[in-house]
Ligand binder design. Structure first.
Ligand code: PLP
Length: 396
């Protein structure tokens, strides 16, 4: 093969606009590259407990947090295995690929899954949630599972409305919330919203590598844990509570905590959590302005059709009929070194996703949008040109 036949790798830095994992700030990368320490060393303990307190502040909880070496799936499983028993019923609010996957996991663990079905573009109807809870007069439903930010569709589900449905019906089920693509990007208030278990992961809003996950756990959930009989070992909260660090049955992934200490510093001290949320809102509006502009001329559209539920951390973009989103994404990647998220589950090839969470600013968003528009032109995707101007107008 001659040099001219070799596939060309675009020069310059990879432009990463996936909805997780996300860009890692250089200072977090450097902090993570810490030399090995003994996790029983009291000096590490200081870093660890400071991180634990920081995570509680981000989750907005004063209750318990348990951590796992593993991606978000590990925390999903820990949450179910610690709270439920074989044959228990969980009510899953359908939101998209991730609510379905969590439900499938529950089924595999021997849990009965009842679903409140929803149109993925409009989102679940809270009246239907309340009706399902009201119909359960025998309180067979032991837990309600909701994905706070559905990463596959770009939709935020308002957790306080789910809490209100539980309260209105006087239903005692535990409220389980997946915060994997919301925590550290969108406001989340575990205690105020009455969430009993909040599932989080390292690789999105927290701006860390993938592989650390955790659950915030309420006192009510800890009580339920005492009678849960689903098999568990590595994930067993009772066993964890006996460990010196109150988590981790095995080796503690120390590098993560040096990184987490730095990402907490960036979020809380350097920028301020409220400003982090405001930045996500600002950048998300710019992305949506661009997509809404492109949608003219039978162009791609916002997948989410409920404005009050637009996600400020990820936008799913529905391709025009007959246009394959994965072919378009390949053009963006191979020609321009722009990495975009693909469609998941039944949305494969039908949508692409722009992640706008984590370590991100206006130039990065504008660069992404300009390159998406360029790639649409090159790939022959119909659209109304000028989306970047719409984004600039939204930002200015
Ligand atoms: N839940 C949501 C909302 C997600 O976005 C993801 C991953 O993107 C997961 C769960 C699964 O997490 P992980 O891939 O870290 O196992």
């Amino acid at each position: 093969m001659t040099a001219s036949e070799t596939p060309r790798k675009p020069r310059g830095r990879l432009f990463f606009a996936n909805p997780g994992p996300t860009n890692i700030p250089d200072s977090v990368l450097l902090a993570t590259a810490h030399h090995t320490v003994d996790f029983a060393d009291p000096a590490f303990g200081e870093v660890y407990w400071a991180c634990m307190e920081g995570l509680k502040r981000i989750l907005k909880t004063r209750q318990e947090v348990f951590l796992y070496t593993g991606s978000g799936h590990a925390a999903w499983e820990a949450c179910l295995a610690n709270l439920l028993s074989p044959g228990d019923t969980i009510l899953v609010l359908e939101s998209g690929h991730f609510s379905q996957s969590w439900g499938r996991m529950a089924t595999d663990l021997g849990i009965e899954v009842q679903t409140v079905p929803a149109d993925w573009r409009r989102g679940v109807d809270m009246a239907a949630v309340q009706a399902a809870l009201a119909a359960d007069t025998g309180h067979v439903i032991k837990a309600v599972g909701v994905v706070h930010n559905e990463t596959s569709t770009g939709m935020m589900i308002p957790i306080p409305e789910v809490r209100a449905a539980l309260d209105a019906t006087g239903h005692p089920a535990l409220l389980l919330a997946d915060t994997i693509s919301s925590l550290g990007s969108l406001d989340f208030r575990m205690d105020e919203w009455g969430v009993d278990a909040a599932v989080g992961g390292s690789q999105k809003g927290l701006m860390l590598p993938t592989g650390l996950s955790f659950t915030g756990v309420s006192h009510k959930a800890l009580k339920a844990h005492e009678s849960s009989t689903l098999p568990k070992h590595y994930f067993n909260w009772s066993a964890m509570m006996k460990r010196p660090l109150k988590s981790f049955l095995g080796t503690v992934p120390t590098s993560f905590f040096f990184g987490l200490q730095e990402s907490l510093r960036l979020m809380e001290q350097e920028e301020g959590l409220e400003n982090v949320f405001a930045r996500h809102t600002r950048l998300a509006r710019a992305v949506r302005a661009a997509v809404q502009h492109w949608s003219g001329n039978n162009g791609p559209q916002l997948f989410c059709t409920t404005p009050s539920r637009y996600s400020d951390s990820v936008t799913a973009v529905l391709m025009p009929d007959g246009i394959d989103g994965d072919v378009f994404r390949r053009v963006a990647m191979q020609r321009f070194n722009l990495s975009l998220g693909g469609g998941l589950g039944p949305l494969a090839g039908k949508v692409f996703r722009i992640g706008h969470l984590g370590d991100l600013n206006e130039p990065m968003i504008l660069g992404t949008l300009a390159t998406v528009e360029l790639a649409m032109k090159v790939a022959g995707v119909p659209h109304t040109p000028g989306g970047v101007d719409a984004a600039i107008a939204a930002l200015a």
